[in-house]
Design a protein around this ligand. Structure first.
Ligand SMILES: [Zn+2]
Ligand SMILES: [Zn+2]
Length: 186
Protein backbone atom coordinates (compact mmCIF):
# COMPACT_ATOMS: atom_id res chain seq x y z
CA UNK A 1 0.00 0.00 0.00
CA UNK A 2 1.35 3.40 -1.04
CA UNK A 3 -0.52 5.61 1.38
CA UNK A 4 -2.25 4.82 4.66
CA UNK A 5 -5.55 2.98 4.49
CA UNK A 6 -7.60 6.03 5.42
CA UNK A 7 -5.77 8.24 2.90
CA UNK A 8 -6.51 5.75 0.12
CA UNK A 9 -10.09 5.48 1.33
CA UNK A 10 -10.46 9.29 1.15
CA UNK A 11 -8.79 9.40 -2.27
CA UNK A 12 -11.33 6.93 -3.63
CA UNK A 13 -14.02 9.23 -2.25
CA UNK A 14 -12.39 12.27 -3.93
CA UNK A 15 -12.26 10.51 -7.32
CA UNK A 16 -15.88 9.37 -7.06
CA UNK A 17 -16.93 12.88 -6.02
CA UNK A 18 -15.12 14.70 -8.83
CA UNK A 19 -16.23 12.14 -11.43
CA UNK A 20 -19.87 12.54 -10.41
CA UNK A 21 -19.87 15.90 -12.19
CA UNK A 22 -21.59 15.84 -15.58
CA UNK A 23 -18.92 15.59 -18.27
CA UNK A 24 -18.21 14.16 -21.67
CA UNK A 25 -17.93 10.74 -20.01
CA UNK A 26 -20.95 10.76 -17.69
CA UNK A 27 -24.20 12.43 -16.79
CA UNK A 28 -24.78 14.05 -13.42
CA UNK A 29 -24.29 11.25 -10.88
CA UNK A 30 -25.23 13.25 -7.79
CA UNK A 31 -28.45 14.70 -9.10
CA UNK A 32 -30.61 14.38 -6.00
CA UNK A 33 -30.56 13.65 -2.29
CA UNK A 34 -31.04 9.94 -2.88
CA UNK A 35 -27.90 9.80 -5.00
CA UNK A 36 -26.08 11.85 -2.36
CA UNK A 37 -27.05 9.43 0.43
CA UNK A 38 -25.93 6.49 -1.69
CA UNK A 39 -22.58 8.28 -2.11
CA UNK A 40 -22.35 8.77 1.67
CA UNK A 41 -23.12 5.08 2.26
CA UNK A 42 -20.73 3.85 -0.44
CA UNK A 43 -17.82 5.71 1.16
CA UNK A 44 -18.93 5.12 4.76
CA UNK A 45 -18.85 8.87 5.43
CA UNK A 46 -19.58 9.00 9.14
CA UNK A 47 -21.54 11.39 11.35
CA UNK A 48 -23.76 12.63 8.52
CA UNK A 49 -27.07 14.08 9.69
CA UNK A 50 -30.22 14.59 7.61
CA UNK A 51 -29.20 15.73 4.14
CA UNK A 52 -30.82 18.79 2.56
CA UNK A 53 -30.78 20.51 -0.83
CA UNK A 54 -28.28 22.96 0.64
CA UNK A 55 -25.92 20.02 1.29
CA UNK A 56 -26.35 18.88 -2.29
CA UNK A 57 -25.52 22.35 -3.66
CA UNK A 58 -22.52 22.68 -1.35
CA UNK A 59 -21.20 19.26 -2.46
CA UNK A 60 -21.62 20.29 -6.12
CA UNK A 61 -19.60 23.46 -5.46
CA UNK A 62 -16.97 21.47 -3.61
CA UNK A 63 -16.33 18.92 -6.37
CA UNK A 64 -15.83 21.74 -8.89
CA UNK A 65 -13.21 23.24 -6.57
CA UNK A 66 -11.37 19.92 -6.09
CA UNK A 67 -11.15 18.99 -9.79
CA UNK A 68 -8.32 21.46 -10.67
CA UNK A 69 -6.01 19.70 -8.15
CA UNK A 70 -5.86 16.92 -10.77
CA UNK A 71 -3.62 18.07 -13.56
CA UNK A 72 -2.62 21.29 -11.76
CA UNK A 73 0.37 22.83 -13.57
CA UNK A 74 2.57 23.03 -10.47
CA UNK A 75 2.74 21.70 -6.91
CA UNK A 76 2.28 25.30 -5.78
CA UNK A 77 -1.02 25.63 -7.60
CA UNK A 78 -2.26 22.29 -6.21
CA UNK A 79 -1.16 23.31 -2.70
CA UNK A 80 -3.05 26.57 -2.99
CA UNK A 81 -6.29 24.73 -3.82
CA UNK A 82 -5.78 22.13 -1.07
CA UNK A 83 -5.01 24.86 1.48
CA UNK A 84 -8.29 26.49 0.49
CA UNK A 85 -10.13 23.21 1.15
CA UNK A 86 -8.64 22.45 4.56
CA UNK A 87 -9.17 25.99 5.81
CA UNK A 88 -12.82 25.77 4.78
CA UNK A 89 -14.03 24.71 8.19
CA UNK A 90 -12.63 24.09 11.68
CA UNK A 91 -10.22 21.13 11.70
CA UNK A 92 -10.34 18.79 14.68
CA UNK A 93 -8.03 15.80 14.32
CA UNK A 94 -9.21 12.82 16.36
CA UNK A 95 -8.82 9.06 16.28
CA UNK A 96 -11.90 7.03 15.60
CA UNK A 97 -12.90 3.46 14.66
CA UNK A 98 -16.32 3.18 13.03
CA UNK A 99 -18.19 0.85 10.68
CA UNK A 100 -15.58 -1.87 11.17
CA UNK A 101 -12.66 0.27 9.96
CA UNK A 102 -9.44 0.23 11.97
CA UNK A 103 -8.41 3.27 13.99
CA UNK A 104 -7.89 6.25 11.74
CA UNK A 105 -7.81 10.04 12.02
CA UNK A 106 -10.81 12.21 11.20
CA UNK A 107 -10.10 15.88 10.59
CA UNK A 108 -13.57 17.40 10.24
CA UNK A 109 -15.18 18.95 13.30
CA UNK A 110 -18.08 17.17 15.01
CA UNK A 111 -21.29 18.66 13.63
CA UNK A 112 -19.71 19.76 10.32
CA UNK A 113 -22.01 19.76 7.30
CA UNK A 114 -21.31 17.12 4.65
CA UNK A 115 -19.48 19.48 2.27
CA UNK A 116 -17.29 20.84 5.10
CA UNK A 117 -16.60 17.30 6.26
CA UNK A 118 -15.55 16.25 2.75
CA UNK A 119 -13.55 19.44 2.10
CA UNK A 120 -11.46 18.90 5.23
CA UNK A 121 -10.99 15.11 5.09
CA UNK A 122 -10.52 14.86 1.32
CA UNK A 123 -8.31 17.96 1.46
CA UNK A 124 -6.07 16.31 4.07
CA UNK A 125 -5.75 13.15 1.95
CA UNK A 126 -4.69 15.25 -1.04
CA UNK A 127 -2.30 17.17 1.24
CA UNK A 128 -0.62 13.88 2.21
CA UNK A 129 -0.16 12.92 -1.45
CA UNK A 130 1.39 16.28 -2.31
CA UNK A 131 3.61 16.39 0.79
CA UNK A 132 4.97 12.93 -0.08
CA UNK A 133 5.99 14.23 -3.53
CA UNK A 134 3.43 11.98 -5.24
CA UNK A 135 1.27 14.64 -6.89
CA UNK A 136 1.85 13.17 -10.36
CA UNK A 137 -0.38 10.26 -9.28
CA UNK A 138 -3.36 12.61 -9.35
CA UNK A 139 -4.26 12.45 -13.03
CA UNK A 140 -6.86 12.99 -15.68
CA UNK A 141 -7.76 10.06 -17.94
CA UNK A 142 -5.67 9.99 -21.12
CA UNK A 143 -8.49 8.88 -23.40
CA UNK A 144 -8.99 11.82 -25.77
CA UNK A 145 -12.70 12.23 -25.15
CA UNK A 146 -12.70 11.60 -21.39
CA UNK A 147 -12.04 14.06 -18.58
CA UNK A 148 -12.58 11.73 -15.61
CA UNK A 149 -9.93 11.94 -12.90
CA UNK A 150 -8.00 9.06 -11.33
CA UNK A 151 -5.47 8.34 -8.61
CA UNK A 152 -2.72 6.05 -9.84
CA UNK A 153 -1.88 3.71 -6.95
CA UNK A 154 0.08 1.27 -9.12
CA UNK A 155 3.68 0.56 -8.15
CA UNK A 156 5.08 1.54 -11.55
CA UNK A 157 2.80 4.55 -12.10
CA UNK A 158 1.26 2.93 -15.15
CA UNK A 159 -2.43 3.74 -14.75
CA UNK A 160 -3.47 5.99 -17.65
CA UNK A 161 -7.21 5.55 -17.96
CA UNK A 162 -10.02 6.20 -15.54
CA UNK A 163 -11.39 2.70 -15.96
CA UNK A 164 -9.49 0.03 -17.87
CA UNK A 165 -12.72 -1.74 -18.83
CA UNK A 166 -14.10 1.25 -20.69
CA UNK A 167 -11.56 3.92 -21.69
CA UNK A 168 -8.45 1.70 -21.89
CA UNK A 169 -10.30 -0.99 -23.76
CA UNK A 170 -12.00 1.43 -26.13
CA UNK A 171 -8.60 2.88 -27.05
CA UNK A 172 -7.04 -0.56 -27.59
CA UNK A 173 -9.83 -1.41 -30.00
CA UNK A 174 -9.40 1.92 -31.82
CA UNK A 175 -5.62 1.40 -32.09
CA UNK A 176 -6.16 -2.16 -33.38
CA UNK A 177 -8.58 -0.98 -36.07
CA UNK A 178 -6.14 1.78 -37.02
CA UNK A 179 -3.34 -0.78 -37.45
CA UNK A 180 -5.57 -3.05 -39.51
CA UNK A 181 -6.52 -0.16 -41.78
CA UNK A 182 -2.85 0.76 -42.24
CA UNK A 183 -1.99 -2.86 -43.12
CA UNK A 184 -4.77 -3.25 -45.67
CA UNK A 185 -3.38 -2.57 -49.16
CA UNK A 186 -5.16 -0.11 -51.41
ZN1 LIG B 1 -13.74 7.41 9.15
ZN1 LIG C 1 -11.57 7.75 -19.10
Amino acid sequence: MLFSHDTEHSLACVVDLVNSEPSTATDELLGDLEALSRFVERHAVSEVGTLTDADLRAVHDLRARIRPVFGAATDGRAAEIVNGLVSEAPVTPRLTAHDGYPWHVHYFSPGAGLAEHLAVDCGMALAHVISLGERDRLRTCEAPDCDQVLVDLSRNRSKRYCDARTCGNRLHVAAYRERRRAETPG
